[in-house]
Design a protein around this ligand. Structure first.
Ligand code: ACM
Length: 282
């Protein structure tokens, strides 16, 4: 708390992750699991994993579609909205989103009295390309309790442009639902936070999913990382866990890292390129 013209202004915000192992297809059961894990959490924003109520390993696009819901208010969106009202917090969670003929790997932000925000995963991982359409909407940020929030999903981490874009848009905090199978993301997100001076909450799932020809093992280790690349909290590889951290999100708005270097002002975009010249194609 800091004194601000005689009144007290809360400078910090509590952010949390919930890490668990959904059981494929048991949507109501998985929602109940998340609900009970959240019951002990006091936070402003709680982040849950990617596709956390359906499970991950769809065997066909038809199966993904059969579990998909519209952003206008399917089963899990309604339940999460109710939960956000009961807890007076924002909740970010992943779900398969149906829109017309398309199914997207999406996440939603719901909060009491707030407009629902949707992000459609831009960078699909591996067989997700068979199950989902790639995101078709620009990255965006929104404000919640004065904090500027951006969302991205799992494999988006390997494209540094994702966090960079959200950072340049003014994000203080990145909410990052994940179903990670590779072991690199947690360490990579430390650098993403450092190079953009943003906070990030990565909520990853645990466990193994064997369905059809697929056998995925997920890496857990959900984490909360600061603008300095400090790991404020990191979970285990395989246990159900939650963590809450206080973050002073306004520190992300100072992009100077010393008296002579500013992460934004020192960029040289006129010397960067956004496209490959294609010479590596064979
Ligand atoms: C992933 O993007 N779920 C690996």
């Amino acid at each position: 708390l800091t004194a601000d013209s005689g009144s007290f202004t809360l400078e910090e915000m509590k952010v949390a992750y919930v890490q668990f192992q959904p059981v494929f297809g048991r949507v109501a059961e998985n929602i109940e699991k998340a609900r009970s894990m959240m019951s002990g959490i006091d936070a402003d924003i709680v982040v849950l994993p990617e596709l956390c109520f359906t499970g991950y390993a769809f065997v066909s696009p038809q199966e993904a579609e059969s579990y998909a819901e519209s952003a206008g208010g399917g089963f899990s969106l309604k339940r999460m909205k109710e939960l956000s009202e009961n807890h007076n917090c924002g909740i970010v969670f992943g779900f398969p989103e149906k829109d017309g003929a398309g199914v997207y790997n999406s996440c939603a932000f719901v909060a009491p009295g707030a407009k629902t925000r949707i992000y459609r995963k831009l960078h699909l991982y591996y067989f997700e390309k068979d199950w989902f359409r790639p995101g078709d909407k620009p990255l965006d940020i929104f404000e919640f309790r004065d904090c500027k929030v951006g969302m991205m999903i799992c494999f988006d981490w390997i494209f540094p442009e994702t966090v960079r874009t959200l950072g340049l848009m003014g994000a203080d905090l990145i909410c990052h639902p994940a179903n990670l199978v590779m072991p690199y993301c947690q360490d990579a997100m430390v650098i993403r936070c450092l190079e953009n001076r943003v906070f990030a909450v990565t909520a990853n799932r645990t466990g193994r999913e064997k369905r059809g020809d697929f056998d995925f093992e997920f890496t857990g280790k959900s984490q909360i990382v600061s603008v300095n690349g400090e790991i404020i909290s990191r979970g285990s590889r395989d246990k159900d866990e939650t963590a809450v951290a206080d973050i002073d999100f306004r520190t992300s708005r100072e992009k100077a890292i010393n008296r002579r270097n500013d992460l934004w002002a020192d960029r040289r975009p006129e010397f960067y390129r956004m496209e490959s010249d294609g010479k590596d194609e064979t």
